[in-house]
Design a protein around this ligand. Structure first.
Ligand SMILES: C[S@@+](CC[C@H](N)C(=O)[O-])C[C@H]1O[C@@H](n2cnc3c(N)ncnc32)[C@H](O)[C@@H]1O
Length: 299
């Protein structure tokens, strides 16, 4: 889900380059789960595409699972597989367990509290290793891919969801402030992302050519595909609530990077009583594209 520009990272670093890059994963639990639920059609389509690359996987890892929306999609699409959600954040793993029980797949979903780098040897290996929007929170992304590839069984598949397109949800001219707000928010988020990465332990630059990186991690048959989430206007209340939270976080964490006009516009957009606010305006939509890169371990 290419909506990760305000997502936190688990390392609790400070304030760099005029951006507050310290965010709290536990506090983002609701937002992550709602984001996942909004993306369910795209996630199911991704899991079905991955099923074409595998024959009856019996063990699947979701590394950096968050609240486990994709973990549970895997349990649904691969009805005999054990799915292991791995995440360093206990509150998110509690969500995985609750979600899996609620959806009736609790017997096949387990959780392990662990993080990259340094997955525990007791985790074992899997036929499919999935990691979405977690690798970019590691200082050394190439090393993370090596580690993920290292827990694959022979002929197993690593699938990494990174990159994609920035989420779109408003017209260019929204009738308040200066037209082009979303493009300016993209730029601010890009620079936040750069500051976030620079502050990660062991931050290492790499050309983010994911197919080349997967190949360097020792994988073959490297491919990619993209999924699209297209929720046209008028949006549901849930989608509007999700966007309101997203915009609120942008307004509150990117304050220094936004000009006064855009800051005020964001204030109107998040105002629950404003007719031009995201909760009430008829023109809000949600369009998002994710790229998934896959590679296979030697047989
Ligand atoms: C943006 S969320 C993505 C959650 C989910 N995979 C998704 O796509 O919605 C990033 C997740 O990575 C986890 N995470 C943070 N640092 C990590 C690390 N060093 N190793 C593994 N997971 C990590 C966070 O706890 C969080 O659940």
């Amino acid at each position: 889900m290419s909506t990760d520009t305000t997502s936190g990272h688990g390392h609790g670093h400070g304030h760099g380059h005029g951006h507050d890059t310290e965010l709290d994963w536990e506090a983002m639990a609701d937002n992550l789960e709602t984001n996942g639920e909004l993306h369910l059609p795209a996630l199911r389509s991704t899991a079905s595409r991955l099923a074409e690359l595998l024959t009856d996987p019996t063990r699947i890892f979701d590394i950096g699972s968050g609240p486990g929306v994709m973990t549970c999609v895997f349990a649904e699409i691969f009805p005999t597989a054990e799915v292991v959600a791995v995440d360093p954040t206990p509150g998110l793993l509690d969500r995985v367990v609750a979600r899996a029980d609620r959806l009736g797949v609790g017997k096949r979903v387990t959780t392990v509290q662990a993080e990259l780098p340094g997955l525990p040897g007791s985790l074992g290996t899997a036929d499919l290793v999935w990691s979405s929007r977690a690798v970019h929170h590691l200082g050394d992304q190439q090393a993370a891919l090596h580690e993920l590839a290292g827990v694959l069984r022979p002929s197993g598949v690593l699938a990494v969801s990174e990159a994609g397109l920035p989420m779109r949800y408003l017209p260019r001219d929204i009738g308040i402030g200066r037209p082009g707000l979303q493009a300016r928010l993209d730029a601010v988020q890009e620079s936040w992302f750069e500051a976030m990465r620079a502050e990660l332990p062991g931050a290492t630059s790499v050309i983010e050519d994911w197919p080349a990186m997967l190949t360097r991690a020792g994988l073959t048959d490297v491919r990619s595909f993209a999924t699209l989430l297209d929720l046209p206007a008028p949006l549901t209340e849930t989608a509007r609530g999700y966007l309101r939270e997203h915009l609120t976080r942008l307004r509150d964490t990117m304050t220094e990077a936004l000009d006064e006009d855009d800051h005020q516009t964001l204030g109107v957009l998040v105002d629950p009583d404003a007719a031009e606010g995201i909760l009430r305006r008829p023109d809000a939509f949600l369009l998002s594209a994710d790229s998934i890169f896959t590679g296979r371990a030697a047989g």
